[in-house]
Design a protein around this ligand. Structure first.
Ligand code: ATP
Ligand code: NCN
Length: 230
């Protein structure tokens, strides 16, 4: 009788972001991590309410004013369009379908519930990694997933702020990866679109067309997407 092999855990990347809009920097990061870490799949997870981006807390009810962030459905659809051509990329609605502020600890718990046998690799750029100590229940995150910090032009890729916590954990808990440098940000894409400057080749072609069709990022007086459609 042959010994039974333990089941192979699927290695799944998780690329979380506000994706307002998704750009080629996000796609290169996911593709490079998938290759270097032999991932079966990368799931892109657009945030629902990215609490560190949506503005001030209302002292009366604790809610955040939704400033500067496009509707979740627009960000979700742009992410679907951008990833559609890659068979190893998919998009999850877990964060946009959950009520309230978006916390990665909930993202990872939800994905574990959906994919109980998966080993998760959360992908994060150097800037996001820098601020991870401000995330909700940050100490729990490393029990739920391995983290991959990727380089980003203009930011230092460092884990020195986490060293005390990580020294108790296995070395694969947080790994760093240099990726091809793309100095692109969603902020710059929004500014360009607002000024009528091109975003071609900074974002995938379908996303250029979606931004134009929905008139995203245009100054308010021209922005028909902010009023009820006829
Ligand atoms: N050019 C890039 N290279 C590497 N990582 C990136 C790049 N752009 C974004 N990321 C990473 O992708 C994740 C999601 O980023 P996000 O959606 O906030 O985009 P952004 O360009 O940083 O947006 P914004 O300019 O609105 O702050 C974060 O972990 C971020 O660090
Ligand atoms: O969990 C948190 O408190 C938290 C705070 C800030 C950012 N994050 C996550 O970090 C990822 C990148 O976020 P952002 O805001 O830079 O687009 C995304 O998956 C967010 O949900 C998570």
């Amino acid at each position: 009788m042959s010994a039974e092999r333990p089941p192979v855990r699927r290695r799944i990347g998780v690329m979380g972001g506000t994706f307002d809009p998704i750009h080629n920097g996000h796609l290169v990061a996911a593709s490079e991590v998938a290759h270097r870490f032999s991932l079966h799949e990368v799931i892109f997870v657009p945030t629902g309410r990215p609490w560190q981006k949506v503005g001030e807390t209302d002292e009366t009810d604790g809610s955040h004013a939704a400033k500067h962030v496009s509707p979740a459905e627009d960000r979700y659809l742009m992410t679907v369009i951008a990833t559609a051509s890659n068979p190893r990329f998919s998009v999850s609605r877990v964060d946009i379908d959950r009520e309230g502020d978006t916390y990665t600890v909930d993202t990872l718990r939800d994905l574990h519930a959906i994919l109980p046998d998966a080993q998760l690799f959360f992908i994060t750029g150097a800037d996001a990694l820098e601020s991870i100590l401000s995330w909700q229940n940050w100490e729990e995150l490393f029990d739920l997933a391995n983290f991959v910090g990727v380089s980003r032009p203009g930011y230092e890729l460092s884990a020195s702020h986490l060293s005390q916590h990580l020294e108790k954990l296995p070395p694969e808990t947080l790994q760093m990866l240099e990726i091809p440098a793309l100095a692109i940000s969603s902020t710059e894409c929004r500014e360009r679109a607002a000024q009528g400057r091109p975003v071609w080749y900074l974002v995938p072609d379908g996303v250029v067309q979606y931004i134009a069709k929905r008139r995203l990022y245009r100054p308010l007086r021209n922005n028909s997407s902010r009023v009820s459609a006829p």
